[in-house]
Design a protein around this ligand. Structure first.
Ligand code: DX5
Ligand code: ZN
Length: 217
């Protein structure tokens, strides 16, 4: 499955970009919210997401790179988020945060930074619907995939399969047509792709090509 990240879209043409995703082979629409505190960048927030919801037909996968996400979970649900991803590193009460997200009727995701070991998910895996492995340092699109991530994907795949769970493995950062097949082969379920999709001459064709690298594995 492919989840294009709107962060790399042309914001002057945001309606058209969302329509392109609507009519593409994308599984979800990925939206990156940054607060300038958890990560050194600021993107967009609730009013933008609320407007995108009016035209988006794919599930909205909202990635919160913010501190104290519990203060905003209900507001993001009301703005139209279907999935809410919070960072393990930003949540001292992660179990409670995930329960809050699920009780609001959304799928709950945990994102972990490149330096955070998979073993820290041991006691929380059952409480998440998806694990988002950051394969770049969060904050900016267009960075290179960190190769050590392959090992982490395999380790997480083994942990999920050993427990017979359906938790999805999502990969975020530096996904390209060159590495997509290897990432799927390592055990990933969903690839987020920003620049690779929106800088392509044919973004919809790129989404299709990325999705095909999953069926080829
Ligand atoms: C980075 C964001 C990503 C970003 C990916 O902090 O979480 O979703 O948009 O962009 P690319 O695919 O360009 O690395
Ligand atoms: Zn993201």
């Amino acid at each position: 499955m492919i989840a294009p990240s709107l962060l790399a879209a042309n914001f002057l043409e945001i309606g058209k970009e969302v329509e392109m995703v609507n009519h593409s082979d994308a599984a979800w629409l990925h939206l990156d919210v940054m607060d300038g505190r958890f990560v050194p960048n600021i993107t967009f927030g609730l009013p933008v997401i609320r407007d995108i919801r009016k035209i988006a037909t794919k599930p909205m996968d909202v990635h919160l790179m913010i501190l104290e996400p519990e203060r905003y979970a209900e507001a993001f649900r009301d703005a139209g988020a279907d999935h809410l991803i919070v960072h393990l590193e930003a949540c001292p009460h992660l179990h409670s945060n995930l329960q809050q997200i699920r009780s609001l009727g959304m799928k709950a995701g945990i994102a972990i930074n490149p330096h955070t070991p998979i073993s820290l998910l041991e006691d929380i895996l059952e409480d998440a619907d998806a694990i988002c492995l950051m394969t770049v340092n969060p904050g900016f699109g267009g960075q290179s995939f960190i190769p050590h991530s392959y090992q982490k994907i395999r380790e997480l795949r083994d942990m999920i399969d050993a427990r017979d769970l359906t938790t999805l493995i999502q990969i975020d950062g530096g996904v390209s047509l060159e590495n997509a097949g290897d990432i799927f082969a390592a055990g990933a379920d969903v690839l987020v792709a920003g620049n690779t999709v929106f800088s392509a001459a044919d973004p919809s064709g790129m989404i299709r090509a990325l999705a095909q690298s999953q069926s080829n594995t």
